[in-house]
Design a protein around this ligand. Structure first.
Ligand code: LLP
Length: 440
């Protein structure tokens, strides 16, 4: 499987964005996150064209939680995207990347008072309110600041997205948002309309992530448009924004066939347009918040292969060959958290037949399996392993477990490379440590 601008070059090496992956590994060291900037750009453009064609009045808000660094925010700003942030840290990164605050949506089921103050002070486009406590706090904070903060209400449409339970968020049994069915969402709308300092513009939902069908969207859309109708009928207010969240899945393995961005735009737009036509409502501005489907397939992590070890296994009887690489749990916690599966290539043997079975392990002090089973060409110590589709929720979820330094990130495009996050140093690991005098 080759993704985006990936190809096999004349040296039988993996090339990404016109750059030889083996040379990138030599220049920047490993582990290394490589981002295919042309693919990121392409995905944003495809999203915009598709929703423009299928719906008309739309906004595409990149979900920063998937991968957010200053350069990514600057790229999203250049592409005229909106941005979804979920913490003060993500908001701060966006502002440092010169992202216009009026195109930012601020999410979270528990935004701290400081975060609400910061969102108001910088003038974010919408705060997506998740609880009654937040409504009250936001109202008083905005009033104290002499501002009117535009908001959306996060609703729970009660739809099962059939994805991993840890990334399923739109069911009624969820910590997020106000349930529509039990009347909480209507109560929140009424409260929002009463409170000073805030201005209710619309409603939001996010059903789940890595969705491999469009059905959850087409099931959620009528629930949301039905709720817009209920709001008009009960309180006489026509809301102008409908945000349907993110969630479109990507290819981690060749056998994954997620709906295309075009398919999502077509099905979702039709479901929304039908719903509003039935309700006799005017067309709200439609927001979507893709994260993974913008950046996931655009990311590749390069590792250097270290020890290789063969063991006998009883069930089924045979052998297993462990290939250890110079990263693991700290740069990609997704296999451990979600049993996530990945595809990979040997970057320096990219065109060779994958005929041998391997298990790829990390180098942390536990059984951090990155890929339980994979076929690759014969692997040798010193080879460069390129794990694909690591652009979303890898760098953003990376940790310093075992005091590993987090890897650098490069953007590649048209044969050029830009370092956008440098490798952490050992001193970076200590920058927040303090040594009390009595222990010195
Ligand atoms: N909007 C909201 C409100 C969200 O909560 C999320 C993701 C998104 C948009 C973007 O969803 P996407 O298009 O990326 O699926 N750490 C997990 C994923 C958690 C997703 C949380 N919310 C993982 O590694 O799979």
């Amino acid at each position: 499987m080759l993704l985006g601008t990936q190809k096999v070059n004349q040296h039988n090496h993996l090339e990404i964005g016109g750059c030889d992956a083996v040379e990138l590994a030599a220049e920047f060291g490993t582990p290394l996150y490589v981002v295919d900037e042309a693919l990121v750009t392409h995905n944003c453009v495809v999203y915009k064209q598709a929703f423009d064609r299928e719906y008309g009045d739309y906004a595409i808000a990149y979900a920063g939680k998937a991968f957010i660094v200053t350069a990514m925010c600057a790229l999203m700003a250049k592409l005229d995207m909106w941005l979804d942030v979920a913490s003060a840290g993500e908001l701060y990164t966006a502002l440092k990347g010169n992202f216009p605050p009026e195109r930012i949506l601020f999410h979270g089921n528990y935004k701290t008072l400081q975060e609400l103050q910061m969102a108001i002070a910088y003038g974010v486009g919408f705060v997506v309110v998740d609880s009654f406590v937040e409504l009250d706090q936001l109202s008083s904070t905005a009033q104290a600041a002499g501002r009117i903060q535009p908001i959306l209400i996060r609703c729970n449409p009660g739809v099962d997205p059939h994805t991993h339970r840890l990334i399923s968020t739109g069911k009624e049994d969820s910590k997020f948002g106000f349930n529509i069915k039990d009347g909480s969402a209507m109560a929140a709308v009424k409260r929002a309309l009463e409170l000073p300092g805030i201005e209710l513009h619309g409603i939001h939902c996010h059903i789940g992530s890595q969705l491999l069908e469009v059905t959850p969207y087409t099931e959620a859309a009528p629930v949301m448009t039905g709720f817009l109708k209920q709001v008009r009928d009960e309180v006489g207010v026509v809301l102008s924004v409908l945000d349907m969240g993110g969630g479109l899945g990507i290819r981690y393995l060749p056998e994954h066939h997620p709906p295309s961005i075009d398919e999502l735009a077509r099905s979702l737009s039709r479901a929304v347009l039908e719903g509003i036509a039935e309700a006799g409502l005017s067309k709200p501005k439609l927001f979507v918040e893709p994260g993974r489907s913008i950046v996931g397939e655009a990311g590749t992590t390069l590792y250097t292969v270290g020890p290789i070890k063969e063991v006998n296994i009883p069930e089924p009887p045979g052998k297993r060959v462990y290939v250890s690489v110079d990263g693991g749990l700290s740069d990609n916690p997704r296999p451990a958290l979600y049993d996530a599966l990945y595809s990979a290539l040997i970057a320096n043997k990219a065109g060779d037949e994958p005929t041998y079975d391997y298990t790829i392990s990390g180098r942390h002090c536990e059984t951090d399996m990155l890929i339980p089973h994979i076929k690759l060409p014969r692997v040798e110590t010193g080879d460069i392993l390129a794990v694909q589709s690591t652009g979303a929720y890898n760098y953003s979820m990376a940790s310093n477990y075992n005091r590993f330094t987090r890897p650098p990130v490069v953007f590649v495009r048209d044969g050029k490379v830009d370092l956008v996050v440098r490798r952490e140093t050992l001193d970076d690991l200590l920058k927040c440590d303090l040594l009390p005098d009595r222990l010195a």
